[in-house]
Write a protein that binds this ligand. Structure first.
Ligand code: ADP
Length: 226
């Protein structure tokens, strides 16, 4: 067994529909905890950008807002978790998204000595807020900083405050793809809430609120002994 499979301080999983703010919150929390933020969506987008075989296989599913096949996702995440920076724990954002993926994750964690089930946080959010967040989302292609034209606009029209790059809209943030992503979430991912509620540490966080309020509550539920 390799060193990376033997040690693990723990895994944190953020669940929640598209638009819950998982990515934004996961970046902040992971940085604060000193663990890597692993976003399956970001990993796929990197692969699409580099035109790898995985990226080519995933691209059309992503653009339509459909889920990529479990085998592809599981293999991508398995490889990423084997990297040395994951040795002392990691925060998963966007994975698992199906019961099959949750089973795979369970198996991967069981191979790591001292690593119990993941701590799972569900970021719950209303439909109105989801549509506002996704429709207004713009991303810097250089540093990946996320803005919202309504709630967190950049200082200058459509360019990143940090590096001046022109902001972009994700292809799957178009209305039709948003509808498809919400349907996929409802059908395939929402059942994970009951699955994780039934075993291990599970927390609900109301993600309809401001970014700061959500971050504060996340730190509260994730602090040791909570
Ligand atoms: P969202 O904002 O919808 O949560 P992500 O950035 O997490 O978006 O993912 C973008 C797309 O990548 C998804 O719509 C899907 O096509 C694909 N994807 C990401 N993670 C998974 C996963 N765990 N299982 C299947 N497909 C995934």
């Amino acid at each position: 067994m390799s060193r990376t499979e033997r040690n693990c301080a723990g895994a944190i999983v953020f669940l929640g529909p598209p638009g819950a703010g998982k990515g934004t919150q996961a970046r902040l929390v992971a940085r604060q905890l000193g663990i890597p933020h692993i976003s399956s969506g970001d990993l796929f987008r990197e692969n699409v950008e580099k035109q790898t075989p995985l990226g080519l296989a995933a691209r059309s599913f992503m653009e339509r807002g459909e889920l990529v096949r479990d085998e592809l996702v599981n293999e991508m995440v398995r490889k990423r978790l084997g990297e040395p920076d994951c040795e002392w724990g990691f925060l998963l954002d966007g994975y698992p998204r199906t019961l099959e993926q949750a089973e795979t994750l369970k198996g991967l964690l069981q191979k790591r000595e001292g690593c119990g089930p993941p701590v799972v946080v569900n970021l719950g959010v209303s439909y109105t807020v989801i549509v506002q967040r996704l429709g207004g989302r713009r991303i810097c292609p250089v540093c990946q900083r996320t803005y919202n034209l309504i709630s967190q606009p950049p200082s200058n029209d459509n360019v990143c405050d940090d590096d001046g790059a022109a902001l972009q809209q994700r292809p799957d943030d178009r209305e039709e793809a948003i509808r498809e992503r919400l349907a996929a979430h409802e059908a395939r991912t929402a059942p994970l809430i009951e699955h994780y509620k039934a075993g291990g540490r599970f927390y609900e966080v109301n993600a309809d609120r401001s970014l700061e309020q959500i971050t504060e509550e996340l730190f509260r539920v994730l602090s040791p002994g909570s």
